[in-house]
Design a protein around this ligand. Structure first.
Ligand code: PLP
Length: 389
């Protein structure tokens, strides 16, 4: 039996090794404090769960849903954009519902790239950009996100030849893994860059609602004319603690939305209608549940950043997403080695940055999905085991 090159050529998944390491430690009775999980620890808001409990009784929802999402859900997503970003979206032609935004992020390259076509992907970055491009037969070209540029791409210094050749560029703010945010000015620059080089911008806004210290992240579509050159992915996963439900959407350029919808009609049959009704409920709730979560993340971040600073670590406060991105202090170690050493000596796990790309080397990612009591415990363990500088 032979597996396709498409699968064989995917880069090795660092995190499967890590999952094994953590599982093994747990089996041995280690009390693991895992800061590696990019999945909210709090439950889905009660009103959304109740909606599910009610709608699931209706046999009409047990049948195949519509491919591109029910009109009411697309309308709720469009209304969200109007209300929160003052962006007008036509629910008929400019929204497609997704089985989680990851699904759309991975499938978009199939709709844009022909074999060998180039797409620009951030390094460090969410691995799905790179691997989605590879699976579609495209060629990912990485661009660096560097601390000196606040983890934004250097668009002014971008190699014009590279830009000219590329058909697609992924952006993601608030950012995973760096916690960086982008202001509207940056998005305007990105749109101009895309127009100049005839590149499609795919903005991953999975963390569009996760702003700390009352910071409110921007949508790429707030930029005038953004819909001419781009598409934005959004999701209920991180905003409403709904990662397991699998519901998201894409908004933006009509031609891209149409192509993505057409691709999907050939491989999936849409999102379970009961989940779409629950999603409508979430969107109708507005920002109250999210701001409650953001307060929790802000407190956790402060506790961690202050705790680590007291131990002499170099760390600064992220304003977006629920990730702290900080340099590995023991420079003699790679991020993976340091992360392992820390874990073996303390049971505290911080994700090695190298899992997100070459430029993630030298960094660690801490997810704020651990409660305050456990954060305090983790800091105490670091202190006791001498991880202070
Ligand atoms: C979590 C995450 C997603 C995927 O979320 P879905 O659950 O598929 O909607 C997309 N992009 C980034 C950067 C993420 O961290």
């Amino acid at each position: 039996m032979e597996i396709s090159n498409r699968i064989k050529n995917l880069p090795p998944y660092l995190f499967s090794e890590i999952d094994k390491m953590i599982a093994k430690a747990r089996q041995k009775g280690v009390d693991v404090i895992n800061f590696g999980i990019g999945d909210p620890d709090q439950p889905t808001p009660e009103a959304i769960v109740q909606t599910m409990q009610e709608v699931i009784k209706d046999p009409a929802v047990h049948r195949y849903p519509s491919y591109k999402g029910m009109y009411e859900f697309r309308k709720a997503a469009a209304d969200w954009y109007k209300k929160h970003y003052k962006v007008s979206i036509d629910p008929e032609n400019e929204v497609v519902a997704l089985i989680g935004s990851k699904e759309g992020i991975a499938h978009l390259p199939f709709c844009i790239l022909n074999s060998g076509d180039q797409a620009l992907v951030p390094d460090p970055g969410y691995p799905v950009y790179n691997n989605g491009v590879l699976l579609a037969g495209g060629q990912p070209i990485t661009f660096p996100l560097l601390e000196e540029n606040n983890f934004l791409p250097d668009l002014d210094g971008f190699n014009p030849e590279t830009a000219r050749k590329a058909k697609l560029m992924y952006l993601n703010y608030p950012n995973n893994p760096t916690g960086a945010v982008a202001d509207k000015e940056f998005f305007e620059k990105a749109a101009a860059f895309a127009r100049k080089h005839d590149i499609i911008i795919a903005h991953d806004a999975a963390y569009s609602e996760i702003g700390l210290d009352d910071y409110q992240p921007h949508s790429f579509l707030e930029v005038k004319g953004a819909k001419d050159i781009g598409i934005e992915f959004n999701s209920l996963s991180k905003s409403f603690n709904m990662t397991g439900w699998r519901i998201g959407w894409a908004v933006g350029n009509k031609k891209l939305i149409e192509a993505l919808g057409r691709f999907k009609t050939n491989i999936d049959s849409g999102i379970f209608s009961a989940i779409q009704y629950s999603g409508i409920k979430a969107l109708d709730m507005g920002r109250a549940p999210v701001s409650r979560m953001n307060k929790i993340y802000t407190k956790r971040r402060d506790l961690l950043v202050n705790g680590l600073k007291n131990l002499g670590w170099t760390v600064s406060k992220n304003r977006g997403s629920f990730y702290i991105w900080l340099p590995v202090l023991e420079k003699k170690h790679s991020s993976q080695k340091f992360s392992k050493k820390l874990f073996e000596q303390t049971g505290v796990f911080f994700t090695p940055g190298s899992g997100y790309g070459k430029n993630g080397e030298g960094y660690l990612r801490i997810a704020l999905t651990v409660n305050k009591k456990r954060i305090k415990e983790a800091i105490q363990r670091l202190k006791d085991r001498g991880f202070k500088y």
